[in-house]
Design a protein around this ligand. Structure first.
Ligand code: ZN
Length: 236
């Protein structure tokens, strides 16, 4: 029996972009008329929570009009096909729910999720698909005015970092798909994987490669074609 092969895959905005999800810089034009700190920081939320809710309500509403693409579907298929061969972990920087809707199970949202709210008073996270507003009450602690998007904002620590770095330390294959390569700590994942002593194979799939020399294989292709192709190649 062949040795276990552990895979860690990181997806970024390019994967959602092919489903028609605009980056938050396009959402509703608010990004153009407001400073990013007003829309995506704890201080901005403190100053004007109604504005921040409006911004994320627009983004959350966008989820209804998009569907998983061939890259999302291939990653879900890959996970099923990998059962028994090793660990499979999908890490996404995307805050939409397209990986879940495609069927991915072993999935970590390092930047949070649009379809969840978090109470800033007690920390309780609840699924929430409708518009959110300032006067919402937390069902756990009963306080009003603390419900915020469960999104990692500027100046906040990404979620699940310990779990992600533990997986990178055991990874035999690391693949970054549609990520800009400039947002830390995700930009360091490839280095972490390469340094783990397991001769980890590293791949980048991106129509506009980041230019990082840390990747052993660069596939300059859209995720919708590059992911299914690499999956077939690695599955054999
Ligand atoms: Zn609460």
């Amino acid at each position: 029996m062949a040795a276990a092969q552990n895979i860690v895959i990181l997806t970024g905005a390019g994967v959602s972009g092919e489903s028609g999800i605009s980056t938050f810089r396009d959402a509703g034009g608010l990004w153009e008329t407001h400073h990013f700190e007003d829309l995506a920081s704890p201080e901005g939320f403190h100053r004007d929570p109604a504005l921040v809710h409006r911004f994320y309500n627009l983004r959350r509403a966008q989820l209804h009009s998009v569907a998983p693409n061939a890259a999302h579907l291939a990653l879900a298929e890959w996970e099923s096909a990998w059962a028994g061969r090793g660990n499979f972990l999908l890490v996404t920087q995307n805050v939409d729910d397209l990986h879940e809707r495609a069927g991915s199970k072993s999935l970590l949202h390092m930047h949070g999720e649009l379809r969840k709210l978090r109470c800033a008073a007690c920390g309780t996270v609840t699924p929430h698909l409708a518009d959110a507003s300032v006067d919402m009450r937390c069902t756990a602690c009963g306080q009003t005015g603390y419900m915020r998007p469960d999104i990692v904002w500027f100046g906040e620590m990404p979620f699940h970092m310990e779990e992600i770095f533990t997986a990178l330390d055991k990874a035999d294959i690391f693949i970054a798909i549609g990520t800009s390569g400039v947002v830390y700590p995700a930009a360091d994942f490839v280095q972490q994987a390469r340094a783990n002593g397991r001769a980890c194979h590293t791949y980048e799939i991106n129509p506009k490669p980041t230019g990082s020399s840390a990747f052993g294989t660069v596939i300059a292709e859209a995720a919708t074609t590059g992911v299914p192709r690499l999956m077939r190649e690695i599955l054999g």
